[in-house]
Every structure is written in structure tokens, then in C-alpha cells.
Design a protein around this ligand. Structure first.
Ligand code: ADP
Length: 289
């Protein structure tokens, strides 16, 4: 970071409070993450990044958090400020969420909350603005069908990026093209659902009241099965989460078979972010379908 002390001075000015302590937090892949403590023990969560692209990423993150929070069905950290200046780089200042234990009740609440979120719908697949998944841009042009949205706004752009970066090959690209023609028959025809968009275990917190709190969204109106597929990509959440989800809104039959259709997007994103180790999983899915 260019100058933490200059950034903290800037934040103090915004908050009208003195910062007594700034403690680095682990776990962030992309940004500096700090817990700020005020003189009276108040806490804030600060993300900072010198990359010029981070300013728009933080703005989209703030907007995504605000829109998910406005759904009224699940909590997100309150957004205090975001911005960028020459001297301090880009930053995002959020409510600090103190973590509590993830009890069975927590998982049940979380499953219910995600199902309730998914019941919030829109006339189109897409979103009010483009956003990011990790640090990669994610276009959210409005589409009337899931098949079009998933092919044009999700799968093809990631495959194109992978090819530009020297990953995968023409055969994979052709297989993906053929798969995209069948998306309309593979995925159940459901209304656009408000999804978190990057629902892995690092992107939610459990607060001290045992409530789920979503962070790092890549939100859009999309297929609800995207969130469930992402949640299962690396081992899955507690089974109570899925049971609670289905109490509110059961999945259409056949999800077990098509889960990897949705995971394909996240795997392509992983190829683009982390390289060759994810190529085989992509190839296997494309071959099977
Ligand atoms: P990055 O954008 O770099 O991936 P994260 O959002 O994952 O960073 O945050 C880094 C760490 O801070 C993670 O351990 C995460 O659990 C924690 N964290 C994120 N947001 C908050 C918050 N609002 N309050 C408290 N801790 C948070």
C-alpha cells in the first residue's frame, strides 16, 4: 500500500473519529484487509488496494453489498465509504462483523436466507451494472433467457479470456460452443433469481448473533442453481444448509447431474485467476457434456 498512514488520516477525516489501531487481517486474496479500532473501541473493516482498477471493483462491491442487504432477507456489512485518490489508492470501508460460532441454527438460517434471496426476481437475467468475480470483470447485459445469459455473459467471455492467456484449446472452445446450444434443455426454466454469485465458504460470515452475513458479492439475476453449485465446488457447506434451502424452495429434479454445468463457469474463472491446475476439471466437464 502506498501509505497506510495517509490513508488512515483520510479515513479519520471521513469518520470524524481517531483510529487507535489498524490490524492487518489474513484471508484476503486480492486486497489489503485491516481491522480499524477507534478510541472508544469501535471497529471498522477496511480494504485497500493501489491498483487503479480497484477503485471500480470497490464501488461495485459496495453497490452489490447494498443491493443484497436491501433485499431484507440477509445481512451484509454496512458500507460507510469507498473512494480513491492519487495519494491513498482505492479503499472500501465497511462495518466490521465480529464472528461467532456456526451453530446448526446458523446453517438453517443461512439456507432459508439464500432461498428467500433467490425468490427475489426480475424481468431479465443480468443486473443493474457490470461487476467483478474475484478481480475479473463480469458483464451483466440483460437477457431474456438463462441460456443466452449464461452462454454470452458468463461462459464464452471466460473461455475467450482463457484462450487469450494461453489456456485450454480450440477443441475445448468448440465443445463449449456445442454445450451452449443445449443449455436451454439442460437447465430448468425458472425465473431470474437474485444470487450472491460467488458463494464459496470464504464469502460469508457468521456474526455474534449467529446470523449469516454475505460479503464479496458477484451479484446478478441469474439461475439460482449457480449459488448452490458454487457452494459445492470445494467440499460443500453443512448439510443443514441444503436441507433448509429446500424447505423453502426445492430444487428441480436432476440438479445432481447438472451441478457441474454451473460449476464450469467458476472453474473457468479459476483457470483465468490461478492457471493450469483447473484446466483438467474444465476439460472433463466439457467432455462429459
Ligand atoms: P478480498 O477482497 O481480498 O478477497 P475478503 O473480503 O475475503 O478480502 O476479506 C479478507 C478477510 O477479512 C477474510 O478473512 C474475511 O473473512 C474478513 N472480512 C471480510 N469482510 C469483513 C467484515 N466486514 N468484517 C470482518 N471481517 C471481514
Amino acid at each position: 500500500m502506498r501509505s497506510l498512514s495517509a490513508l488512515l488520516l483520510h479515513i479519520e477525516g471521513l469518520l470524524g473519529e481517531k483510529i487507535a489501531e489498524a490490524t492487518p487481517m489474513s484471508g484476503g486474496d486480492i486486497n489489503w484487509a485491516l481491522c480499524l479500532t477507534g478510541l472508544r473501541g469501535q471497529r471498522w473493516f477496511l480494504k485497500a488496494n493501489d491498483d487503479p482498477a480497484a477503485s471500480l471493483m470497490f464501488k461495485r462491491e459496495a453497490q452489490g453489498l447494498a443491493l443484497l442487504g436491501a433485499s431484507g432477507v440477509i445481512r451484509t456489512p454496512r458500507v460507510f465509504a469507498y473512494g480513491q485518490d492519487e495519494q491513498n489508492g482505492a479503499f472500501l470501508l465497511l462495518e466490521f462483523i465480529c464472528s461467532g460460532p456456526r451453530s446448526p441454527l446458523f446453517w438453517m438460517r443461512f439456507g432459508h436466507a439464500i432461498a428467500n434471496l433467490h425468490q427475489q426476481t426480475s424481468a431479465f437475467f443480468g443486473f443493474a451494472h457490470d461487476n467483478f468475480i474475484g478481480r475479473l470483470p463480469q458483464s451483466n447485459r440483460r437477457c431474456t433467457t438463462w441460456a443466452e445469459f449464461y452462454a454470452e455473459e458468463r461462459l464464452h467471455p471466460q473461455m475467450q479470456l482463457a484462450r487469450e492467456q494461453g489456456y485450454l484449446d480450440h477443441a475445448a472452445e468448440r465443445q463449449l460452443g456445442r454445450l451452449c446450444l443445449r443449455l436451454g434443455e439442460i437447465c430448468p426454466n425458472e425465473a431470474p433469481a437474485f444470487i450472491h454469485g460467488d458463494l464459496w465458504s470464504g464469502n460469508f460470515l457468521c456474526n455474534t448473533q449467529g446470523e449469516p452475513v454475505l460479503i464479496d458479492p458477484a451479484a446478478a439475476y441469474a439461475h439460482r442453481e449457480m449459488d448452490l453449485a458454487m457452494s459445492r465446488l470445494f467440499g460443500g457447506f453443512d448439510p443443514r444448509f441444503y436441507a433448509a434451502y429446500e424447505e423453502i424452495w426445492p430444487l428441480a429434479p436432476g440438479f445432481e447431474q447438472r451441478v457441474e454445468i454451473y460449476q464450469l463457469y467458476y472453474l473457468l474463472v479459476h483457470v483465468n485467476l490461478f492457471g493450469t491446475s483447473y484446466e483438467d476439471s474444465v476439460r472433463r466437464i466439457l467432455k462429459r457434456w
